[in-house]
Design a protein around this ligand. Sequence first.
Ligand code: GTP
Ligand code: MG
Length: 281
Amino acid sequence: MESNEAALDKKATADGLDLSDIVEYETELPRADEKAPEKRDKKETKTLLRYLENHLVDMNVDKYGQSTPEGYLREMLSLKDELTNFQTLMMHYECALCEIQTKIEVMDRELALVQNRNPIESIKSRIKTPRSIFEKLDRRGIDFTVSNIERYLQDIAGIRVICSFIDDIYKLRDCLIDQDDIILLEEKDYIRYPKDNGYRSLHLILAVPIYLTSGKHMVKVEVQLRTIAMDFWASIDHKMKYKRDIPNGQSITEELQYVAEMINQLDRRMIQLREKIDGPS
Ligand code: GTP
Ligand code: MG
């Protein structure tokens, strides 16, 4: 006899649909700066729920029916719950990114007035994609569940702040963690203590409050602060990682370390230059 799973697959294929495609599509979130993610999420959740419900009806599922594959039904229902929980959690991260971005922009505006120059060159933010969340948990041997995502991953919401000078980075850091609704959970200072490969940046894991109808929730956000020069290095380094089979890999690694040191010198010379122009800060 054909299993229910096979029957479902068949029906899905007949409809030109594949459940895994739908799950992937439904959970793919827009970037923080895209418009009205809530509207899109709601519509997509409804589509998915309708899809699941149609299948339950097609299968004549009731809790007494002979043909009821109870375990399977339970699985589908929990999938429904997990999906809704997943989308809710992602919405929390989206909101936390908005909150932290606003805080950083406010500091930029204020410091621009006080110092007569903007400390921030640019801000980039992103929510980790479902695929990348799955792969990260899988690498660590952790099950892909909503509670595990929240518990074990710190960088679902990430914001990268590119500053003009190294001292701007520490100034922004101090002002951020001085705010009384922000909690510093973890700090990695790869500027003072660069990685062996030469990577430099200041990483903060913050807990940021978001205010929902149900009240206040603290949400984790990873903030990476670096100078334009550090960002230039990190972007090239990142690209190299995707080209693993480059010839002379070792000499390129050494070259990158050397260039990272030059970039560090450059950043420090730029501060001296600024002080010559503006006087010491
Ligand atoms: P992952 O989050 O799994 O990377 O591990 P972790 O939390 O121990 O890493 P860490 O806080 O050191 O770095 C997190 C992020 O910093 C990465 O996802 C990158 O964006 C960036 N990063 C860290 N090291 C490097 C590096 O050597 N080169 C580049 N280009 N980026 C890096
Ligand atoms: Mg990390």
